[in-house]
Design a protein around this ligand. Structure first.
Ligand SMILES: [Zn+2]
Length: 587
């Protein structure tokens, strides 16, 4: 009981989730009751057939729960929407709108419905909402004069009934194609759960596919095929669909990892697996699944995959053993951290079982022979650079800049390649993951104030282009906080953003137009704010960064004159501002 109250309190602090205490108390009590009941019956069970599908088309997924993504595990399923937007989304059960968030990035337009059985369903990248919810949101957007909003309606303020159309699918936020991102979370812990555990049907008789297998010598004297570094092991698919690896010769502590994916019957998308089990001579030594995880542990994905390999090849190898710093709670079994202790003269059979949520299973057999061979002589690079002890805070002077890593920024100790400079510094490379933000401070005393105003800290991307970093300017210093290693530089942006009309011309009659759209862009630091007025009144512009478009909908009914004066002001991240003015007519 204490645990739940504690976690409830954390929710309050962390997410400001509950707005009114009365509804929160009722809500919490009903959930505690629900949890007590489910404890009485032992194993946790997900309600079956309570939730309908959110769409009325056959469900084909372009993403599964727990799928490996950048710095996180996917917290829901991505449902394909036939390459279109605007499909109706149905309430999967009765409930109340508990949260609406609209942002340029991430989930885009997102709707959260709390259901009386203790679960919250989440719908993201939406195009728009039902007229009732749309009106509710527009009101708030006009009140706050902002497209981006986050609201927590009171319990019962906006109710939905099962099968009711609540919203329409879209492609807003960090979505790279039309789809519905759908989640089912525990309302109290906010832990996302696998939405396919509730009886929502997806056609799938296709087994997972393995692309690559790797063996890792882990102990200081361990070896695989006479190597002391990661070795790729050839695999072949047998007639019966199982995979067999070439026999390996090994000694000492070793581990395995694979690059694999799961497909469904009706799509070619390479989705994630549900569960992985590793046995040695019939005994399970590691097993994990994607039934649930917490958002707070999601970033440990960078210890779950071979991050160095990912940095080099953009390919994710999931490890069957626990690597340093891994604090994920997804493991159901873990013997000797999922590592195999190989003794010379003995043979072992490693069997890996990969399953999707429908139970389609692929098996991989890896024969291991213990042999203490002489090692192939490879010139080992002697470590160079600054030694970083992960458990301790580390501070380094980089000539024109200083970098500060708080304790436990990194998962393990390593030698960092730090290249000092006056206005460009390199902090190792993107093959080491940081769990926490570190601080980088540049000394800008040598730049006159007028120049400093236009300057910012940039991180060079993979192609060497400067990416704007949120820059805090204080006295003679610029500071940024980030979890990305790489090369940072002081950049300058003195070019204001550009603004141009997309679907209209100056002094045009727009009587039959439904919306106004403009293209806004900025060459370097990026767009910070945009504001538009019609005849002096603030109007809502929906900004879609992917298409660099801002759109005003005439349904907002701001106008009551024939002649309209439109003004748009856009400011970039260092304060360069552009103004756009146009007059149009409408009856
Ligand atoms: Zn998604």
């Amino acid at each position: 009981m204490a645990y739940f109250m504690q976690s409830y309190r954390n929710q309050l602090n962390g997410f400001n989730y509950f707005r009114t205490n009365i509804w929160a108390m009722k809500f919490v009590l009903s959930i505690l009751f629900f949890l007590l009941i489910s404890n009485v019956y032992g194993q946790y069970e997900y309600p079956q057939n309570t939730f309908r599908s959110p769409l009325d088309i056959p469900l084909i997924l372009s993403g599964t729960f727990g799928e490996l993504r950048s710095n996180h595990f996917h917290a829901g399923i991505d449902i394909k929407t036939q390459k279109r937007t605007g499909l109706p989304i149905y309430a999967i059960a009765d409930g109340t709108v508990s949260r609406i968030k609209i942002s340029h990035w991430g989930y885009g337009k997102a709707l959260y419905i709390a259901h009386p059985n203790g679960y919250t369903s989440v719908y993201a990248h939406l195009k728009n909402f039902s007229p009732e919810i749309e009106a509710y949101i527009k009101n708030i957007q006009y009140e706050r004069k902002s497209y981006e909003i986050e609201v927590f309606p009171d319990y019962g303020e906006l109710n939905v009934v099962k099968d009711e159309v609540m919203a329409y699918t879209g492609n807003t936020g960090g979505s790279s194609g039309p789809h519905l991102h759908f989640e089912i979370r525990s309302s109290i812990t906010e832990k996302p759960t696998n939405p396919l555990l509730y009886g929502i049907d997806v056609k799938d008789q296709t087994k997972p596919t393995i692309s690559n297998l790797y063996a890792y010598p882990l102990g200081s004297n361990a070896q695989v095929n006479q190597q002391q570094t990661k070795v790729q092991i050839p695999i072949t698919r047998q007639k019966d669909g199982t995979y067999r690896a070439n026999s390996i010769l090994a000694n000492g502590t070793i581990g395995f990892g694979i690059n694999a994916y799961d497909r469904q019957d009706l799509a070619t998308n390479r989705n994630g697996l549900f569960a992985v089990e590793q046995k040695v001579d019939g005994k399970v030594i590691s097993q994990y699944d994607f039934e649930t995880f917490s958002f707070s542990e999601s970033r440990y994905i960078n210890t779950f995959i071979d991050y160095d390999h990912f940095g080099r090849h953009r390919q994710r190898i999931q490890l069957f053993y626990l690597s340093e710093g891994n604090e994920l709670g997804i493991y159901n079994t873990l013997v000797n951290e999922g590592k195999l202790q190989v003794v010379a003269g003995r043979t072992y059979e490693v069997e890996v079982g990969l399953t999707d949520i429908k139970g389609n299973k692929t098996t991989l057999i890896i024969p291991v022979e213990g042999r203490n061979n002489s090692l192939q002589q490879i010139e080992k690079e002697s470590p160079s650079g600054q030694y970083i002890k992960a458990s301790k805070p580390n501070n380094f002077d980089l000539d024109g800049a200083q970098v500060y890593f708080p304790a436990n920024t990194f998962y393990k100790d390593y030698y960092a390649n730090l290249i000092p400079g006056k206005d460009t510094v390199t902090i190792h490379n993107n093959r080491i993951p940081a769990h926490k933000n570190f601080t980088l401070t540049f000394d800008v005393a040598s730049y006159p104030e007028s120049v400093r105003k236009k300057m910012f800290i940039a991180r060079l991307d993979r192609k060497g282009r400067p990416d704007f970093m949120k820059t805090y300017k204080r006295g003679n210093t610029f500071t940024t906080r980030t979890r990305s290693l790489g090369t940072f530089t002081l950049a300058k942006d003195s070019v204001p953003p550009s603004i141009r009309a997309k679907n209209f011309k100056d002094k045009q009659w727009l009587t039959n137009y439904h919306y106004l759209s403009l293209r806004i862009s900025d060459d370097l630091s990026g767009i910070n704010t945009y504001t538009a007025t019609l005849n002096g009144q603030w109007i809502l512009m929906e900004y879609e960064p992917k298409t660099k478009t801002i759109t005003y909908n005439f349904d907002d009914k701001i106008l009551n004159t024939t002649q309209c004066d439109l003004r748009v002001e856009v400011t970039d991240n260092v304060g360069n501002t552009s103004m756009f003015r146009s007059v149009f007519f409408r009856k």
